[in-house]
Write a new protein. Structure first.
Length: 402
């Protein structure tokens, strides 16, 4: 068993990024990254007052990273798009902040090779001042959340089948992507090889502690220890229960192959799913993970803890948090019913976003320069007016004849 890393940094001993430097947060997925990104984005102004820059205007920096990597976002061949290279160039310009510190955050970097990592870091104005931050947590406790993330991307796979693929021996692309992202020690090793272990900060997320990640990043950015205490964004990022997940999986089976990614993302992911999980669900089944999968994941986490202890990177927290206190295993009973409130919320979110999308399209249409309508004809005189005018003409005619 791995013990506490001798280099594990106490919270009051974390060395901040140098002035003029960049803290590059690469994930991992499902480690509190969304909460961190939403909080950073919501408080750009107060961060800048402390000489910390969170570039751009969006929640995260995925598009700029994908633009550098030359990849695409969304489903391949069905509405995917490649962000313009200017996004990466703009990010580099904003990250050049000699009088302060910059933080960039995107989980799209967690499965990159050492060679790609080296080239990317070399793009910054002062590559030697780029530090890496990697947030990690127990794989065993993340399995159901990782599967749910695939549902949010249109997957139709059942949890049991997904687990078989992830822990099986089939050389499928999904299997390879999973282990590239979630075998913690491998991810850390790639980035340590790219920049040196002394420039890699591994933030281990403890169980049931939502403040640790914010306190760690506060000190990495030379902010007051409690800087985020009253600023932490309350994010609607709870997991789906079994019934909600089955609703989305069945929905994906019907629509994911006949719609484009942008439409699916806007209506289903950001509409139906986000609205559904924004309200607590007290009656739904917990998504149960079988004991064999928990054992396999825990063994991987134990191996990663041993390797991290010997790697020479700066660990903020305790490597034992990766594998101690694993989740309670269980056999999943396939749900047959969905809570009416959950279904109503999903439909409401989808409809609201559909209406917003229609409004956006209408507002984006160019206004046509139509000619002004013709002037209406003058109104016809009333009957009394016509009689009056006729009588007046007869009177004048009679006077002239006399």
């Amino acid at each position: 068993m791995a013990g506490v890393n001798p280099t594990n940094a106490p919270m009051n001993a974390i060395e901040p990024v140098a002035v003029g430097g960049v803290l590059l947060h690469i994930g991992l997925h499902k480690t509190g990254t969304t909460s961190l990104q939403e909080t950073l984005a919501a408080h750009r102004e107060s961060l800048l007052a402390h000489q910390v820059r969170y570039p751009g205007t969006s929640l995260y920096h995925h598009r700029a990273i994908v633009a550098y990597l030359g990849g695409s976002m969304g489903w391949r061949g069905s509405g995917s798009y490649t962000p313009a290279k200017e996004r990466w160039e703009t990010l580099l310009e904003e990250a050049n902040f000699p009088q302060g510190r910059t933080i960039i955050s995107s989980e799209y970097l967690d499965d990159q090779s050492t060679e790609v990592a080296q080239r990317l870091v070399s793009e910054f104005a002062d590559p030697d001042k780029v530090q890496i931050a990697i947030t990690v947590r127990s794989m065993a406790k993340s399995l159901s959340s990782i599967w749910q993330q695939t549902l949010k991307s249109g997957s139709r796979s059942k949890y049991s089948r997904w687990l078989d693929v992830m822990f099986g021996d089939e050389p499928l692309r999904a299997h390879q992507t999973f282990w590239n992202r979630y075998r913690v020690a491998d991810v850390v090793q790639r980035w340590a090889d790219a920049v040196g272990p002394e420039r890699v900060n591994v933030v281990v997320i403890p169980p049931n502690d939502h403040q640790h990640i914010f306190q760690s990043f506060s000190q990495l950015l030379a902010l007051p220890y409690d800087f985020f205490e009253d600023r932490v964004a309350i994010t609607a990022n709870r997991s789906m229960c079994a019934e909600e997940a089955e609703l989305i999986r069945n929905f994906n089976m019907r629509v994911s192959q006949r719609t484009e990614w942008r439409i699916y993302q806007q209506l289903v992911r950001h509409g139906a799913i986000n609205r559904m999980v924004s309200t607590p669900n007290q009656t739904g089944q917990r998504i149960a993970t079988p004991s064999w999968a928990i054992e396999r994941a825990t063994a991987s986490d134990q191996e990663s803890a041993v390797r991290l202890d010997a790697m020479g990177v700066k660990v903020i927290g305790d490597t034992r948090w990766l594998y101690e206190d694993p989740p309670v295993p269980g056999d999943q009973v396939p749900p047959t019913h969905i809570d009416m409130q959950a279904a109503s919320l999903a439909l409401e979110g989808l409809l609201d976003n559909a209406m917003n999308e229609v409004q956006r399209v209408q507002q984006s249409r160019p206004k046509r320069n139509r000619p002004p309508p013709p002037s209406p004809p003058p109104p016809k005189p009333s009957t009394i007016t016509r009689y009056y005018r006729a009588a007046k003409r007869r009177f004048r005619s009679k006077r002239l004849s006399d």
